[in-house]
Write a protein that binds this ligand. Structure first.
Ligand code: NAD
Ligand code: IPM
Ligand code: MN
Length: 354
């Protein structure tokens, strides 16, 4: 039987809860489609950091570089500063494997109530292409001079032509396969170097895609329009930080962070891609068994789309089952969606549908 090696990093908090839930669903679907997942699970996370002083071993990336894909739950723990946990695991993987596309689709499904008045099924359907290896997250040249009267901290950003052009081009390509509309989010009124550079590259690349209609929005205005008229967004391209912010907004206007999947992708190199939900470790609900597993489940569907030569049929089964469950008023749903079901109830109902 066709077998795929998956490196699984459940991580912290609800990351572990939603990962085991998702794996149950993925196994069922794989079996239905005559392939299997061979999982290696890595206990990399904050517990390990507290025991051994590092989130992952020094040769962490070497250990997982030959996997077919990586599946991650979430990272972050109230007892350790987030910049330590995230810079010790998640960000080095994205960067180390050069996963320059962070692809985050959001759709308002039937049966889901958007917090936005007047929006119903299908009215919101967008995908964010977030730059994922540089930008405001590059941490180059950053420094602090603390402990004297005029303290100072410097946080730089790094925008390379290669890094900017490749994410912009990928987003244009995506737009040609969707509704043909691309929104680029910047802040070029205030950030005269990086964001003007970005705008210029968008303009250049647009010449290769005359059929794509391009809008350029400042990030403040874009955040408002995601709430005011989200139906106007099709493909969004944004820097690392602005993409991060807009994908939490895109998640909530389509119902919940608990429904938002994400992939960290580079289709040109031989390293594995990494799939993880948009949400974090949610310390406020950890241990209660009420985390919504659907973001992770849909993340698994995205992983299937990028496995080998593509397991689209398996991925479609997952999307369809989730859509059917959400549309069914009598199906279990977790508290983030207004229900009182547990993670396990949602998974077992989904498994029945599959
Ligand atoms: P968060 O995404 O963990 O939670 C935000 C809110 O959404 C919380 O109220 C939470 O309960 C809710 N929520 C999130 N996922 C949910 C789910 N599946 N089901 C139901 N409700 C859900 O964001 P935060 O509170 O800003 O961050 C908590 C920790 O997670 C921090 O340490 C942060 O650094 C980390 N984080 C990690 C990742 C990642 O590993 N990819 C992503 C975001 C945040
Ligand atoms: C995300 C998260 C991460 C990010 C954090 C935890 C570093 O918010 O995946 O959206 O900003 O990329
Ligand atoms: Mn985020």
């Amino acid at each position: 039987m066709e077998t795929y090696d998956i490196a699984v990093i459940p991580g912290d908090g609800i990351g572990t809860e939603v990962t085991s839930a998702a794996m149950e669903v993925l196994d069922t679907v794989a079996e239905n489609h005559d392939f299997q997942l061979e999982r290696s699970t890595y206990d990399w996370g904050t517990e390990r950091y507290l025991d051994e002083g590092a989130m992952m071993p020094d040769d962490g990336l070497d250990r997982i570089e030959s996997a077919d894909s990586i599946f991650l739950g979430a990272v972050g723990h109230p007892e350790v500063p987030d910049h330590v946990t995230l810079n010790g695991l998640l960000l080095p993987i994205r960067k180390g494997f050069d996963q320059y596309i962070c692809k985050r689709p959001n759709k308002l499904f039937e049966g889901i109530e958007s917090p936005l008045r007047g929006y119903g099924a299908g009215d919101i359907d967008l995908v964010v292409y977030r730059e994922n290896t540089e930008g405001e997250y590059a941490n180059v040249g950053g420094r602090e001079h603390r402990g004297f009267s005029n303290e100072v901290a410097v946080q730089s950003g790094l925008f390379t032509r290669k890094g900017t052009e490749r994410i912009v081009r990928s987003a244009f390509e995506a737009a040609t396969e969707r509704e043909g509309h691309l929104t680029s989010i910047t802040k070029s009124n205030a950030q005269a170097h990086s964001m003007v550079f970005w705008d210029d590259i968008v303009k250049e690349v647009s010449e290769d895609f005359p059929e794509v209609e391009v809008s350029s929005l400042l990030v403040d205005r874009a955040s408002m329009d995601l709430v005011r008229r989200p139906e106007e967004f099709d493909v969004v391209v944004a820097s690392n930080l602005f993409g991060d912010i807009s994908t939490d907004i895109a998640a909530i206007i389509t119902g919940s962070l608990g429904l938002a999947p994400s992939g960290n992708i580079n289709e040109e190199n031989d390293y594995p891609d990494m799939f993880e939900p948009v949400h974090g470790s949610a310390p406020d609900i950890v241990g209660q068994g009420i985390a919504n597993p659907l973001a992770s489940v849909l993340t698994g569907a995205m992983m299937f789309e990028y496995l080998g030569d593509g397991k689209e049929a398996a991925a479609d089964d997952i999307w369809n089952a989730v859509e059917a469950q959400l549309a069914d008023e009598s199906a279990p749903r977790t508290p983030d969606l207004g229900g009182d079901a547990k993670t396990v109830d949602v998974v077992s109902d989904l498994s029945d549908r599959l």
